[in-house]
Design a protein around this ligand. Structure first.
Ligand code: PLP
Length: 435
């Protein structure tokens, strides 16, 4: 590396701590669609989308126009001080889109972690119960509560305890490495039914406010539960008056080919959290839930200075229009089919690929040293990511073992860019795996 990137990296290392990590050494000058250009003029194909934030692509003209228009009118009043139309328009839009026929209400915050924090507050207030059940491999953010809900110890939790109380964790539907040593479908979805036993051995059902789950675990490795998983969880939750919170921060806004990923399971959650792609890169998150739950909290108990900033809400309204009216979710479905066919083909060619999973264009491959032992190939996944970057492709790994390669490219990626990116990925995989 040389030139302006190198100069800026030196400055970064002098003035910014190492805590906020960097996957690449690139400093970006401009970005459009699925291409980022660094300060030295190198073009990078983006399979990371700013960690799942750019579903509609970098600088989509409708998003840019909405931001510019709103910025010229007013930037901030604070919703608690003087209200504005974009906040209520966006709430109305999301309430209509959210699964289920019950009336919904939505409140806005700034980040995914804040949305999860608020969802738990809403659930605790409405049920008057303290406990929250989360899952192995979960990722919900970096604040005290969301870090506690998160599963992966290093780097997310290590050294930052003590953690928040009344958080209980149970195994997830990780079929490739079944925590119960079973095989689907003969397992009878034991991992979901285990919730009943969990109430005996870990926390009482009548003390539990909510179960929180990602429809597809994002940071945890794109772990995708079998068809009956969520309906079983929901049935057990309903039986005990426990709320099901679905964290759609990474999976939402068209990422899997539907607006909400939970739609693939046909289950209606009580509360949904969103962030990332639904605001096209602006810092905005949402908590959408059944009206009587959302409205239970007293006035002043929820909110914040910046939550539902008008520019961010205008950007999110533009994103919803692009995804739904402009047919970008159809493109997501087609993209998902292309990707799945290609990943399956790669898995046939390279022994290192142990599993291909995901939904739509939220797809991943888990790398293993050996298909029998399934020993995670974390170093190789890391090497693939850095070899791809050398060749001009930005992509991310994930998984508790760090051995999963995931795709979160903008849905507007062209066929040519996609083909070029997949070529780089396959070439790098071949070089690293030595086959
Ligand atoms: N929930 C999920 C499922 C996520 O994937 C993330 C971030 O990756 C978060 C919550 C936290 O979001 P943020 O980084 O905006 O706080």
């Amino acid at each position: 590396m040389s030139g302006r990137n190198q100069e800026l990296l030196e400055k970064r290392n002098q003035h910014v701590p190492q805590g906020p990590f960097n996957i690449t050494t690139a400093f970006i000058k401009e970005a459009r669609g699925a291409i980022m250009v660094d300060v030295d003029g190198r073009e990078l194909i983006d399979f990371a989308g700013g960690i799942g934030v750019n579903n509609v692509g970098h600088c989509h003209p409708k998003v840019v126009a909405a931001i510019q228009d709103q910025a010229a009118k007013f930037i901030h009043t604070c919703f608690h001080v003087a209200m504005y139309e974009p906040y209520v328009d966006l709430a109305e839009r999301l309430n209509a889109l959210a699964p289920g026929d019950d009336p919904k209400m939505t409140l806005f915050a700034n980040s995914g972690a804040e949305a999860v924090e608020n969802a738990v507050k809403v659930a605790r207030y409405a049920t008057k119960r303290p406990a929250v059940i989360c899952f192995d491999n979960a990722f919900h953010g970096r604040t005290l509560l969301t870090m506690t809900l998160t599963s992966k110890v290093k780097p997310y939790k290590f050294g930052y305890g003590p953690y928040a109380p009344e958080v209980y964790r149970m195994p997830y539907a990780y079929c490739y490495r079944c925590p119960f040593g079973l095989t689907h479908p003969s397992c009878g979805t034991a991992c979901a039914n285990y919730l009943e036993e969990f109430f005996i051995s870990h926390v009482a059902a009548e003390q539990t406010a909510a179960v929180i789950a990602e429809p597809i675990q994002g940071e945890g490795g794109f772990i995708t539960p079998p068809p009956e998983y969520f309906s079983t969880l929901k049935t057990i939750c309903e039986k005990h008056g426990i709320l099901l919170i679905v964290d759609e921060v990474q999976t939402g806004a068209g990422r899997t080919g539907t607006f909400f990923a939970i739609d693939h399971w046909g289950v209606v959650p009580d509360i949904v959290t969103m962030a990332k792609s639904f605001a096209g890169g602006m810092p905005l998150s949402a908590v959408i839930g059944r009206a009587e739950l959302m409205n239970a909290s007293h006035a002043g108990g929820l909110g914040g200075t910046y939550g539902g900033n008008p520019i961010a809400c205008r950007a999110a309204l533009a994103v919803a229009e692009i995804l739904i009216e402009d047919g970008l979710m159809d493109r997501a479905v087609a993209l998902g089919e292309t990707l799945k066919a290609r990943f399956d083909e790669i898995a046939r060619r390279y022994e290192i690929v142990g599993d291909v999973r995901g939904k739509g264009p939220m797809l991943a491959m888990e790398l293993v040293e050996d298909r029998e032992t399934k020993t995670p190939a974390a170093d190789k996944a890391k090497a693939v990511v850095s070899r791809c970057f050398e060749k001009g492709l930005v992509l991310l790994s994930c998984g508790n073992f760090g051995n999963v390669i995931r795709t979160l490219m903008p849905l507007v990626i062209t066929d040519e860019q996609l083909e070029k990116g997949l070529g780089i990925l396959e070439e790098s995989l071949a070089e690293i795996s030595g086959s």
